[in-house]
Write a protein that binds this ligand. Structure first.
Ligand code: FES
Ligand SMILES: [Fe+2]
Length: 388
C-alpha cells in the first residue's frame, strides 16, 4: 500500500516512483486518481483544509438577504458561518463564533440591527466590529477596537445564489463562472426571475422509497460519488431502466475547469431536455427544458470521513407564480439505489491489492461513453490537493 509520504515524494517529482501518476491535462490520455485518494485519512484531511476550505460553496438565496441586517447561517463540515447584508448594502461573511468565549452568535435566518452574543451579550455591528462588552472599561486585556469577527469570502452568482469561501484570498467566483452563468441563462431564459421556493416534498414511492433513502448514505469516498455522477459510461450496464428518464443516444457530457454539464433528451416531453450542471466540488443543479422553468440545486456529496458520503442542503427555484405542477414527474429512486451499490462496490476495490488506478474513457464528441467530466473533476481536486 502506498503511503502518503510516498505520494508527497511523487508530487515533488520523484522519477523513481511509477505510482501514483496524477491525472494529466488531456482527458484522452489520463489516469484516474490513485486508489489512496479514496481511502487515506491524511489525504481526506488535506482535502478538507486545502480543497473544501479554499473553494466556493452554495450558501443560499440572495432573496433571504435583501434588507440591511438580514442574515443566513450555514455550515461547511464543523465550520459554521454567517452571511449578512450590511447597512451599506454590501454582503459580508464571518465565522459564526463569538470572540469572547466562542459561543455561536446567530442561528438559522433572520434580521438583526446588531449581532448580540447570547452568552454574555457582547455586541458587534454588521461589519463584525465589537461595539459593546460590559466591564470593558475595567478590563485592560480587552482592546475593543481590535476585536473583529473573523471574515470569510462571499459572492453572488447570477444575481441569485449566495456562495461563500472560507479563504478570504480566493479570487471572486462570479467572474470565473461567466461561461457557466451564460449557459444557465441560455437554457433557462427566465433564470433571473426565479425565486427560491420551499423544497418540493418528494412523495415516497411505496415500492422504492425516496431518492434520499435509496441513495444515501453511500459507503464510499465523496469523489467516487461525484465521479460516478459525472459520467454515463456506466448507465447502460448499471441502470437498465435509465432510458425511461433520459435518452442515452443524444447525451453529451462536457467538462470545464470549474463545472461540468450533462444534457440529453428526456422521456415524456417532446423536444424536452434534461440538464444537470455540476459546480465543483460538489453542487449539482438540474432542470428540464420544455417544462415550466425551474432550477433544483443539491449538494450531492458531503464527505463524512474518507469512506462515507452524505447528502447536503439544496434549494429549489421556480417562477413566483409557479403552482408547482409539472408535466414530468421524474423518479430517480431506482437509479439512486443502483448508483449507491455501484459506488460502494468500487470503493471496496480501492482497498484491493489488485488495483492501483485506472484511465478515463474519452470520446471526442462528448457522447455517452466519455468520462471527460469526471476527468475535469479529478483535475479540479488535484489542483488543490496535490500542489504541496
Ligand atoms: S461568548 Fe459571546 S459574549 Fe461571551
Ligand atoms: Fe449512475
Amino acid at each position: 500500500m502506498m503511503h502518503t509520504h510516498e505520494i508527497k515524494r511523487e508530487r515533488m517529482g520523484n522519477a523513481n516512483l511509477i505510482y501514483p501518476k496524477l491525472p494529466s491535462e488531456d482527458p484522452a490520455n489520463s489516469v484516474t486518481l490513485h486508489k489512496n485518494y479514496y481511502t487515506d485519512q491524511a489525504i481526506f484531511e488535506q482535502e478538507k483544509q486545502d480543497l473544501f476550505y479554499k473553494t466556493w460553496h452554495y450558501g443560499g438565496w440572495v432573496g433571504d438577504l435583501k434588507e440591511p441586517g438580514q442574515y443566513l447561517t450555514t455550515s461547511l463540515f464543523d465550520q459554521n458561518v454567517i452571511i449578512i447584508r450590511g447597512q451599506d448594502g454590501e454582503l459580508a461573511g464571518f465565522y459564526n463564533v463569538c470572540k469572547h468565549r466562542g459561543h455561536t452568535l446567530l442561528n438559522g435566518t433572520g434580521r438583526v440591527t446588531r449581532i448580540t452574543c447570547p452568552y454574555h451579550s457582547w455586541v458587534y455591528d454588521l461589519k463584525g466590529q465589537l461595539k459593546r462588552a460590559r466591564a470593558s472599561e475595567t478590563t485592560p486585556a480587552l482592546d475593543m477596537d481590535s476585536v473583529q469577527l473573523t471574515p470569510i469570502n462571499v459572492d453572488v452568482v447570477a444575481g441569485l445564489f449566495v456562495f461563500f469561501n472560507l479563504d478570504v484570498d480566493a479570487p471572486a467566483l462570479e467572474p470565473e463562472l461567466s461561461e457557466f452563468v451564460a449557459d444557465l441563462e441560455r437554457e433557462i431564459p427566465e433564470l433571473r426571475d426565479l425565486v427560491r421556493s420551499a423544497n418540493p416534498r418528494e412523495e415516497p414511492d411505496p415500492e422504492t422509497g425516496t431518492f434520499l433513502d435509496n441513495a444515501y448514505p453511500v459507503e464510499a469516498n465523496w469523489k467516487i460519488v461525484m465521479e460516478n455522477f459525472l459520467e454515463c459510461y456506466h448507465c447502460k450496464p448499471g441502470h437498465p431502466g435509465v432510458e425511461a428518464l433520459f435518452a442515452l443516444n443524444d447525451l453529451t457530457y462536457e467538462g470545464h475547469n470549474l463545472w461540468a454539464k450533462q444534457k440529453s433528451s428526456v422521456a415524456g416531453i417532446e423536444g424536452g431536455k434534461q440538464i444537470f450542471w455540476t459546480l465543483f466540488p460538489n453542487l449539482v443543479l438540474s432542470t428540464v427544458v420544455g417544462e415550466k422553468p425551474y432550477l433544483s440545486m443539491f449538494v450531492f456529496a458531503v464527505p463524512d470521513g474518507p469512506t462515507r458520503t452524505l447528502p447536503g442542503y439544496g434549494g429549489y427555484y421556480q417562477l413566483p407564480d409557479d403552482d408547482g405542477t409539472r408535466i414530468l414527474k421524474q423518479n430517480f429512486n431506482q437509479v439512486g439505489a443502483e448508483d449507491k451499490a455501484l459506488c460502494e462496490a468500487a470503493q471496496r476495490g480501492m482497498r484491493s491489492l489488485g488495483y492501483e488506478q485506472g484511465v478515463f474513457m474519452y470520446t471526442p464528441d462528448n457522447s455517452e461513453c466519455t468520462e471527460e467530466a469526471s476527468h475535469a473533476f479529478s483535475r479540479f481536486v488535484m489542483r488543490y490537493v496535490s500542489k504541496n
